[in-house]
Design a protein around this ligand. Structure first.
Ligand code: ATP
Ligand code: MG
Length: 428
């Protein structure tokens, strides 16, 4: 992991198409001794999913890293998608040579020619002989390679302490890897290694960010969206499918449960409790999602709530709403400022979709003055006395449709899979 600490990014945002291979390094979870093998395998499966559109790519795994042989696949495009794989700490695009001195030198020359460091760039060669049969040791190789390189590039200045460009040469049996860049990966824990949770996904800015944050901590996430046809349009539904598709870039495949919510919502109208409508709706969402969680084997619910953001997100509201479920309710954004959430949503690529103006099921039923301080006893009583309420919740669960969404394409009717108890989708 030494490269990681000392890596430089000399070519900045410029093309990395010189690369024959990408080296992916695992992140923080490597500390967790006994889980390591399982975690590494999970990352490998996730990477496999991400490289599916590039049939020439060949993957191999070694202790602490994954090799991605490109065989003509675009290095920049692949690095951009692979750096989003949770559990990957860094990516180096590498030029591959045979582990023979002449080949290493000539590949290093080619590498420098392509990178074309500006005159005055400080430089050092950092060779590492992993394969002990190679005739020259690491320190000797530093000299043997840097001397001819410096002759060919008089503009380079040697600086062994903190060079702008560190040309790393890793000599292994068979092949040698030449590289100078470390592209930071997203880190975190490999997908699903910390269990599964249900994400309440609205069309807003917050919940997709909450989903991404959960996935980054190693949670497998299934999305649940409540829609109120005919009050909410096909476009609103499509927006959520599109948001889930962005999330699927981080997951390989993601399930989206679409819950028909109209009948449940209309149960709350005309009962003279308009200021409690949002509280009642949120609780209904949690109750239904808890049922779906049980069916899918998920152990927690995730929302995009953030303390104080709106009337339903005061501490008092959160208390009354949260009691509608017995499962742990995770609120990854609870202490974050809106500006921080917006920044993350831009980074993960959901922001532009989230700000599209389509209506959400709840905005349609928003009362003039939603309460910021609901009373749990009153809420419990309303729910207990609403005629046919339990049946409406049952019908919403029964009417839920499930789609599996991938980063690549349009979901066809065949992708709408019936939900079975305990269905575990093996996407890898
Ligand atoms: P978001 O931007 O995520 O919509 P918000 O700040 O607009 O959040 P609310 O609309 O009050 O907040 O929703 C709070 C949380 O309730 C959301 O983050 C989401 O997890 C959940 N939620 C709201 N509406 C829906 C919906 N139609 N389907 C599923 N979950 C929803
Ligand atoms: Mg919202």
């Amino acid at each position: 992991m030494k490269e990681q600490e000392t890596g430089t990014a000399i070519s900045g945002g410029s093309s990395i198409e010189y690369a024959d291979m990408l080296i992916l390094r695992f992140g923080e979870f490597t500390l967790k001794g006994k889980n390591r093998a399982r975690f590494e395998k999970t990352v490998l499966r996730h990477v496999k999913e991400m490289v599916k559109p590039y049939p020439n790519v060949v993957l191999s795994k070694e202790f602490g890293r994954i090799y991605v042989q490109l065989n003509g696949a675009p290095a920049g495009e692949l690095a951009a998608s692979l750096k989003n794989v949770f559990g990957i700490a860094s990516i180096s695009p590498v030029k591959v040579a045979l582990s023979e001195f002449d080949d290493i030198l000539s590949a290093s020359r080619t590498f420098l020619e392509i990178i074309a460091p500006a005159p005055g760039t400080t430089f050092k060669v950092n060779a590492r002989r992993v394969w002990k049969e190679f005739p020259h040791g690491s320190i000797e190789m530093n000299k043997l390679i840097s001397t001819p390189l410096l002759q060919g590039y008089p503009g380079l200045i040697v600086d062994v302490k903190s060079p702008q460009m560190e040309l790393k040469i890793e000599i292994r049996e068979g092949h040698t890897y030449i590289f100078c860049e470390n592209i930071p990966g997203v880190g975190g824990f490999p997908l699903g290694t910390n269990g599964k949770a249900m994400l309440l996904l609205s069309g807003g800015i917050d919940s997709p960010v909450a989903g991404w944050s959960s996935m980054r901590r190693g949670l497998e996430v299934e999305c649940v969206h409540f829609y109120s046809y005919p009050y909410t349009s096909e476009l609103a539904r499509q927006k959520v499918v599109d948001l889930a598709r962005v999330l699927s870039r981080y997951a390989g495949v993601i399930k989206l449960h679409l819950v028909p919510f109209t009948e449940v919502q209309t149960a709350f109208t005309g009962i003279g409790q308009d200021n409690l409508i949002i509280t009642l709706m949120r609780r209904a969402m949690l109750k239904i999602t808890t049922r779906l969680a049980e069916r899918e084997g998920a152990l927690a619910l995730v929302t995009g709530e953030s303390l104080g953001q709106v009337a339903s997100q005061t501490l008092s509201s959160m208390n009354v709403i949260g009691r509608a479920t017995t499962l742990p309710l995770l609120r990854p954004l609870v202490m974050m400022d809106k500006s921080e959430i917006v920044e993350l949503s831009q980074m993960i690529g959901t922001y532009d979709l989230s700000i599209l103006p389509y209506e959400d099921c709840c905005t349609l039923f928003v009362p003039k003055s939603p309460t910021t301080n609901p009373n749990l006893r009153i809420v419990d009583k309303i729910e207990a006395t609403l005629p046919g309420y339990a049946a409406r919740l049952d019908a919403a669960v029964a009417g839920t449709e499930t789609i599996s969404i991938t980063p690549y394409g349009d979901e066809k009717p065949s992708d709408v899979v019936p939900v079975q108890a305990g269905l575990q989708e093996e996407w890898f």
